[in-house]
Design a protein around this ligand. Structure first.
Ligand SMILES: [Fe+2]
Length: 393
């Protein structure tokens, strides 16, 4: 790298960690150009703005320092500066054309400052497509950063609300990957090159899922309760990376598919701890509000896995029957949500029963995720799951 684009957001730019990265690049005699207008929860316009910046600055390398929004924006800037195209060309079908990315991108070192998205180890970009009011994505192994520099010191000043929301995202990455459709129950691709990034649950992804769930069970509540608990934040950061590796391989399913409608149709929810310039549902919150409802529905497909997940998260399952799996896991999730002051289901982020048809319509567009569910799902089922997610206590 000779001329590096350092991607961050306005908050992180004022933190000592930004200074440390800036100085480190300067002392290596690297020419650094800063892009700090990343939008939290990126949109098509904000990604294109970053891509224009990258093309005009003639960058030969990228460093991202921030949460998932920053890392994803940096991935997009790198992609469109390296292989110019219309935005929708690379976006997943059916929303976009799903064209393959023609070759390698410029090197990208990703430094996460939240313990959540796992974006530093995935080949996925997620953004709001304003024209359709829906979250969608671009997925390719080419997009994965060349290096992830994971330093839990970077989360020391993270607001409690962000630790809670991003921790819920980690939890769902692990839980959805752990309960996804098994890799050997999916149609085989015509050639290995056509194998999708999300392959369904498999013995490799299970390793990361189990350990991430165990760490969340041990450390999530501590990390949220006490911002000075370095051990808890460190373990949560490790769980985020493990869950990122797992879901980048197995894929998430229904709670994430539903979350894109929850985030995309937001009206006026402005959570504390986040920028207040636009209404938003933080990604982790938009996912977890659906989770108890969904896992009560998926539990009969693999009761022992759902019980194992509940136990890893701290639930006493010793005398549980297979038929209890959904309720036990669901109630464990609700306990974790309440303890972390996460909104109470869809009603906590501004939705009611009359919004359910629009939410189900929005989620139905997420076929890539819905097809990774352990059982078939249609619009009527989505409506039932959203209704079950309106409030939990
Ligand atoms: Fe996520």
């Amino acid at each position: 790298m000779g001329r590096v684009g350092l991607f961050t957001d306005l908050r992180v730019r004022d933190l000592p960690i930004f200074e440390a990265v800036w100085r480190s690049l300067q002392s290596a005699r690297i020419d650094v150009v800063v892009f700090d207008s990343v939008r939290v929860e990126p949109t098509d316009e904000s990604l294109l703005e970053a891509a224009r910046f990258a093309s005009e600055a003639k960058l030969t390398g990228y460093v991202s320092l921030g949460g998932g929004s920053v890392i994803d924006t940096c991935k997009a800037a790198n992609l469109f500066a390296s292989h110019p195209a219309e935005l929708l060309d690379y976006v997943n079908a059916p929303v976009g054309l799903g064209k393959p990315i023609p070759g390698a991108l410029r090197p990208h070192i990703a430094c996460p400052t939240t313990s959540g998205t796992g974006s530093e180890v995935t080949g996925i970009i997620i953004f709001d497509l304003h024209a359709l009011s829906v979250k969608t994505g671009i997925a390719s192994p080419m997009i994965r950063p060349s290096e992830a520099l994971v330093d839990p010191d970077a989360t020391r000043t993270l607001p409690t609300e962000v630790v809670a929301a991003s921790g819920m995202d980690v939890l769902c990455h692990a839980l959805e990957s752990f309960t996804a459709r098994p890799f050997d129950q999916r149609a085989a691709p015509a050639t290995p090159l056509m194998r999708p990034m999300s392959q369904g649950r498999n013995p490799w992804s299970d390793i990361g899922c189990r350990e991430a769930l165990r760490l969340i069970g041990l450390f999530f509540e501590r990390a949220v309760r006490d911002t000075t608990d370095d051990e808890a934040r460190q373990q949560l950061m490790w769980a985020a990376t493990l869950a990122g590796i797992a879901f980048g391989n197995a894929g998430v399913h229904v709670p994430h598919g539903m979350s894109y409608a929850v985030a995309g149709l937001v009206r006026d929810h402005r959570p504390s701890g986040y920028p207040t310039d636009h209404a938003m549902v933080p990604h982790g919150v938009s996912v977890i509000v659906n989770a108890p409802s969904v896992f009560r529905w998926t539990a009969p497909t693999s009761p022992s896995r759902h019980l194992e997940a509940a136990a890893l998260l701290g639930e006493d399952t010793r005398s549980a029957e297979p038929a209890d799996a959904g309720d036990l896991l669901g109630s464990r999730l609700v306990t974790l949500m309440r303890g972390a002051l996460v909104p109470n289901g869809l009603s906590g982020v501004g939705y009611g029963a009359t919004d359910v048809p629009a939410l189900a319509q929005g989620a139905l567009a997420q076929q890539r995720l819905l097809q990774n569910a352990p059982q078939p799902i249609d619009e009527e089922t989505l409506k039932r799951l959203f209704l079950g997610a309106i409030s939990y206590w």
